[in-house]
Design a protein around this ligand. Structure first.
Ligand SMILES: [Fe+2]
Length: 219
């Protein structure tokens, strides 16, 4: 077989093979990352970023059907954090968190701003602050339940230590998070209730990203 014969069918194969695979229309995610980049081009004001970003994320999680299955898979061992997009200047990243039944994070901080929107299911959020006297953690306000399509902001100016848990013991929940940096690479901390910090760099569960840029596949 000559090189051309080997090459030519392969170059046409993806379109033919992908007809047999479920194709998710990722256009809402593509539009979201474009809009979010535009927001960050337009302002450096954190209040503006959180308010307008919250509205953008609310629009994204108001509709389902755009998240490829690969990035919606729970893992029985622990919650999953899939990177969906990272801005080329690392000004923001978009992540799907997939919570198996009852799964929870450790208590942790962020050190950058964040937005959390629930795509499927619901999650419980506990916020904490550190006592100045001994650094131990105290829960700040009641445990909140974030329901499907709801969005909340993480504002480091007001404290950004929290613990998040799937509100359901019998089903998967998925939330979409946006952070003011490449969150999987940010050096931050997890905490014990006594306030003891442990260095934490979360990384991501996925090695490849969803292809949101192939306009031949989606509208
Ligand atoms: Fe968090």
């Amino acid at each position: 077989m000559n090189a051309l014969a080997t090459f030519a069918p392969a170059s046409f194969a993806p379109a033919l093979l992908m007809d047999a695979e479920p194709v998710v229309n990722t256009a809402p995610l593509r539009r979201f990352v474009g809009d979010f980049a535009g927001l960050l081009d337009s302002t450096h004001d954190l209040d503006q970023i959180l308010a307008r970003g919250q509205a953008l994320l609310a629009g994204l999680v108001a509709q389902d059907g755009w998240l490829p299955e690969e990035f919606a898979q729970p893992n029985p061992a622990r919650y999953q954090q899939y990177l969906l997009h990272c801005d080329s200047a690392e000004r923001f990243s978009v992540v799907s968190f997939v919570w198996g039944p009852g799964q929870a994070t450790p208590i942790h901080d962020h050190r950058v701003w964040g937005l959390v929107g629930v795509l499927r299911g619901a999650e419980k959020v506990q916020s904490f602050h550190q006592r100045e006297s001994d650094g131990s953690l105290v829960q700040q306000g009641p445990t909140r339940e974030l329901l499907e399509a709801q969005v909340e902001a993480i504002d480091p100016r007001e404290g950004d230590i929290h613990r998040v848990e799937n509100a359901f013991a019998d089903r998967t929940s998925i939330s979409i998070h946006v952070y003011g940096g490449n969150i999987g690479a940010v050096a931050r901390a997890t905490f014990r209730p006594n306030g003891e910090e442990r260095p934490f760099i979360s990384g991501y569960a996925n090695a490849t990203l969803p292809n949101i840029w192939d306009l031949s596949r989606t509208a």
